[in-house]
Ligand binder design. Sequence first.
Ligand code: SF4
Length: 370
Amino acid sequence: MAGIYVHIPFCESKCRYCDFASFPDKIYYAESYMACVYREMAMRREELKDLSFDTLYIGGGTPSVIDERYIAMLVAAVKKNFRLSADAEITIEINPGTVSAGKIAVYSACGINRYSVGLQSALDSQLKELGRIHGLRQFLNCAELLKGKNFSADVMIGLKDQTAADVIKTIEVAAEAGASHISMYALTPEEGTPIYTDYLNGELPDGDEVADLYEAGVKRLEELGFGRYEVSNFCKKGMESRHNMNYWRRGEYMGFGVSASSCINNVRLTNTFDLDEYFKCILSGHLAVIDREEVDEAGRKEEFIMLALRTSRGLDTAEYRELFGSDFLKEQAAAIEKMSEYIEFRGNFMRIKDKYLFVQNSIITEFLQS
Ligand code: SF4
């Protein structure tokens, strides 16, 4: 199983917390950019001809901000260049402030069967504070347009003055609107973003407060029938994101566009984050790769451990043996003993106990140091 990711780096305006490759002032480049993405795909076609892809994820940025015809052409270009399975999961990220019935109709017609909606908060004051362009009303309209379709909603925790009741309200709004999947992420104040100043001024909740918000959110999600399958991802039965599951299982993936990365045959490639540079490379017939890293066995083991322990399923020790020809339990005996309070075993699987999943970083670090 392998996945394809395509990055659309345009947005209507820049959110206060955003450090993604997104260029609100360059949206008029969309047509040329998409032409370059189709070209980049054609350049990789031969090399990827034996791979079967099971998922396509169109992310950003805000893919829904550009003309919907480019999205339809993009899906067609993927199908033309690569072997995309007939029942592939095809997801598009949409911003509630940039959708319309016409856009959704085009998306559905071209085969998109999953939508990821950036709700973040059900409180207009918090959305404003984040610099989002939408309000609750737009989210509800968007959900109405998605009625009967498979969609996920993003919920953000760790916002200024956010209470557990706010988080619960946002989850309830998403669930009632019909989301079958909810991603609940903690805001990360990245240096250089406007929200970093709020963080420096001590205006954002601290780690313990965020953990409390997370716990309140998990409780409500579970009451509403959303099971946790990864630290930040919850869904109704059988509605896991296949695309993300592939990442967490260290599956192969191919990324196209500015800032996109790929990992095929244990070689990781990262594209430039610079839009002009991307144009220059592709138009002159070269890939826009700025970093190439061969992941050696130690690196592969580390990634396998790190990704598997983020999931509720945990790490499959039998799969570990199959992949690396060694015994995880023996190799990690010291860390297992040290972390015994935080982990548990179910058959072949070693997992972090539910109540410690949110603080998994420090637990995982022990296994990486062994
Ligand atoms: S919509 Fe997403 S990508 Fe665009 S500016 Fe906001 S956070 Fe960044």
